[in-house]
Design a protein around this ligand. Sequence first.
Ligand code: BGC
Length: 389
Amino acid sequence: MLWGVATSSYQVEGGIEHADWNAFERRLGPDFTGAGAACGHYQHALSDLTEIARLGLSAYRFSVEWSRIEPVEGRFDQTALDHYRQVVLSAREMGLEPVVTLHHFTLPEWLARQGGVLEPHFPSRLERLARLVGSALPAAWWVTINEPMVLAVMGYLTGEWPPGERSLLRTRRAVTALVEAHAAAYAVLKETGRERKVGIAKHLTPILPHRPANLVDRTGSLVQHRFFNLDFYRRTRGCHDFLGVNFYARSYARGLSGVRRSRPGEAVSQMGWVTDARDLTAVLDWLRPSGLPVLILENGLATTDERLRSAYLHSHLMALMQARRSGLPVAGYLYWTLWDNFEWREGWGPAFGLCPRPAEGARFAWRPAARLLARAAASDGEDLGSDPG
Ligand code: BGC
């Protein structure tokens, strides 16, 4: 099983200037602190990998930044490609299995200006990126798109992320474009390496009725579950070598389309999310019938309470190992994330990291949860110690 940690380019690299999020941050006004220099990971990538390997992990998930590779339409930057190739080669030398994400929320600004995901040629543009990056990077594990449903909903339904729209029709179109883009990128990545494992990172969340006895909330929970959790997998059947899962928390349906993060009085994380490892068990049970290996690509807690972070990790690993013992093929577990990093619209507030944001002279100050993950990695999940909670 792979044991590792996951990051994404815009959230940690620093110095990205031509992505749609750069422009969106400017729209949020001068009080919003954007990604900026982030965690300086682009500059320090190789020494950062050394530290991750030294902790005893066996996998590292990262994303390539499209706006670095293709800063101008049709013009590709060899230096950026060489950088990511070096990351893959070095990771492998250090015993870290690279898991490469092609698209993790950000788009080059030129593409966003042309319509982004809804630009009619979006699928073939992602396919072209997949061909280029797929040929250059000798990695075995690939994620074409990170959380396509979250991208579509946040960008086109709630308008909280770029391009900031609020239209159900355009949300549906965005989902269709992402379905086609995944299928195209999947085919190309398999063409450039038959033995590769290719999938997506699918955000999965049990959606419970906010008011358990309310019929409309109950119907809403079923409708939303179908739309948010199941549809993308259903529409891309046959284009997954593994089921990539990002799991954080449950959510609630209020009415047919309303969403709530918690019920009154419930304990929540810094993101306002209610966490319970039994929800991970439920999610894993949905995936059993597919027979495909499950790879947890993200799982983590935003908190400043390290005892809570360790307890979250411990309980979720217990749930995962229980599922493995009962026959679920589990390919790996990657914690989200390495450092406290740029958390999109929430900026720099939420602390998801195994380490605080890098500071001068201290890029890695491992928190207790990192030791727990290392212990799990060393024993392949057999020894998780006692419950830190
Ligand atoms: C995303 C990450 C994000 C994390 C925590 C996932 O939705 O892939 O980019 O930081 O959740 O919110």
